[in-house]
Design a protein around this ligand. Structure first.
Ligand SMILES: [Zn+2]
Length: 99
């Protein structure tokens, strides 16, 4: 398991990416992750009060190969359940396109 540093982020656009490698941040209540290769995505996984992510995280970018068990450093939101369904993800994407 590897520790993921937290990045402070203001009201940036969804496409904003931090300059660092592996890190996480919050965007409108969503947990966002950037892999060490600079790919960022929403992390719908469950997170426990210690910041441990379940299940392991896989970068969705083809050919990246990043796949790790993660712990989010400075996690302060208690237990977050993994309630995301495929329909939820599609709905969010549609909302983002409408903005
Ligand atoms: Zn990646």
């Amino acid at each position: 398991m590897i520790d993921v540093p937290r990045i402070a982020k203001g009201d940036q656009p969804y496409e904003w990416r931090p300059p660092q490698g592996l890190c996480w941040w919050l965007w409108r209540g969503l947990v966002m992750l950037q892999c060490p290769n600079g790919h960022s995505c929403h992390l719908p996984h469950a997170v426990n009060a210690s910041g441990v992510v379940t299940p392991s995280a896989v970068c969705p970018v083809a050919g990246c190969g990043f796949h790790e068990h993660l712990r989010l450093t400075d996690w302060d939101m208690g237990d977050k359940a993994d309630k995301t369904t495929q329909a939820d993800v599609l709905a969010r994407r549609t909302e983002e396109l409408d903005e």
